[in-house]
Design a protein around this ligand. Structure first.
Ligand code: V47
Ligand code: SF4
Length: 399
């Protein structure tokens, strides 16, 4: 049964809550749901219902395609001036000696390690420290581009940009223009956490506000460039805060169209000041993916960051609105393993990622950062595919 038939059955159902029927009707007609509808989904909708709605939208947009890219991460430092209570990764400036602080040369040594590998993107993010300023990052972006012009530099978030522009006494507009000229290609989605001040003031350690985060993305989009957006969920926020967060993103996207992907990030509670806060369940994680797919009608992609949630949940998420699994990665990020993520040493080869997608009946597509197709793996045979043979004919999860 395809996703359209399932939605038709849902609409016919006599037992479905009336408010949910009205939301399902909007979805079937391709109409936008309101903030109130979104809260109703969080409050009332069970996982199977959400799966039918989200999968219908996901398959209309992307069919069976699942995107991933080949990237590596670089983290200049894990020492940070800020004190976000969910962060397991940063070392306070007082404990500086326990952390790392790379120079431009150290960073370039990392870039050069990938010289003979077909990676298309470097993802750069880390702690905030005074020596990592406008001059440092401009030099870094320029040097990377001189060394490897085709490598897409996806770097830093409004958290760093707000800090370095303030320190340099330049406006956001001037600052983002300088970054553009230095070689920045796009911005990752981090630092968003939860925009609502009721929550942000408690967890975000004094870093940029929700409005400042949104404004820096807006300016970047006005320069004709693209970025991603995240939401750190499953801690002390309520559903209404998630709705507010996604609603702010949807409004900005209506204005600029510059966001590519929404990435819900599940809060992990190991080794941070919020270890007493229980983590969300897998059911809640899947509900959250599905609701974001239904609500964010103007976002092309919903990404599940597999190192954080693990491979099994990542596979499941593909039936709940997700169409992107981030990258092959290469054990180069410590942000999540230190917070207790499923994957302690996240690393998957292209073949493993392709098989992971095929095993749930979807079609793997390697993309670049801007979603141009690099390789369509349709019909592609790897040398030792035989061991996966039994799985390749399985129907798509949920079909
Ligand atoms: O902003 C930190 C999150 C983010 C924890 O744009 C935590 O393609 C859960 O934004 N539990 C940074 N999350 C990472 C990020 C990202 C990741 C992958 C792809 C992209 C993209 C962006 O990590 C931070 C924060 O929200 N984070 N600590 C934690 N304990
Ligand atoms: Fe610093 Fe980022 Fe950690 Fe906050 S989340 S303490 S800004 S490294």
């Amino acid at each position: 049964m395809n996703s359209e038939h399932k939605l038709a059955l849902l609409l016919d159902s006599k037992s479905l809550d009336r408010e949910l029927v009205s939301i399902a009707e909007k979805v079937s007609l391709g109409k936008r749901i309101s903030d109130e509808d979104c809260l109703t989904l969080f409050d009332k909708a069970d996982l199977p219902t959400l799966g039918i709605l989200a999968n219908y939208i996901r398959e209309n947009k992307h069919g069976d395609k699942v995107y991933f890219n080949r990237n590596f991460h670089m983290e200049p430092t894990n020492v940070c001036l800020y004190t976000c209570s969910f962060c397991s990764y940063s070392r306070l400036i007082k404990k500086r000696s326990e952390g790392w602080e790379y120079s431009l040369e150290d960073m370039m040594d990392i870039v050069k390690k990938y010289d003979d590998q077909p990676v298309t993107e470097v993802h750069i993010v880390g702690g905030v420290l005074p020596q990592y300023d406008v001059a440092f990052y401009s030099d870094l972006f320029r040097t990377i581009k001189e060394h490897r012009p085709d490598l897409h530099v996806k770097a830093l978030t409004p958290v760093e940009y707000h800090y370095i522009f303030k320190k340099a006494k330049i406006s956001y507009e001037e600052g983002m223009k300088l970054m553009d000229e230095a070689g920045l290609d796009s911005m990752p989605g981090g630092g968003a956490e939860i925009f609502h001040p009721e929550i942000r003031d408690q967890i975000a350690g004094g870093k940029c506000s929700g409005d400042e985060w949104l404004r820096i993305h807006e300016i970047w989009h006005e320069l004709g460039r693209r970025s991603n957006a995240t939401m750190l969920y499953g801690h002390i926020e309520e559903f209404r805060h998630r709705v507010h967060h996604m609603s702010e993103l949807r409004k900005l996207q209506d204005k600029t169209g510059g966001f590519q992907t929404f990435i819900p990030l599940k809060f992990r509670n190991k080794g941070n000041d919020m270890s007493h806060v229980e983590e969300s369940t897998v059911v809640e994680d899947l509900r959250n993916y599905a609701i974001s797919r239904i609500f964010l009608d103007n976002f092309d992609h919903i990404k599940a960051y597999w190192p954080m949630i693990g491979r099994d949940t990542a596979q499941l998420s593909l039936a709940f609105g997700v169409d992107d699994l981030d990258g092959t990665i290469d054990d180069t990020t410590k942000i999540y393993s230190m917070a207790g993520s499923e994957e302690q040493n996240p690393s998957l080869t292209t073949q493993q990622l392709v098989q992971m997608i095929r095993r749930v009946g979807r079609k793997p597509i390697e993309r670049d950062t801007l979603y141009n197709v690099v390789t369509d793996f349709e019909g592609h045979v790897f040398e030792d595919d035989k061991k996966y043979k039994g799985y390749l004919s399985l129907p798509v999860v949920g079909k």
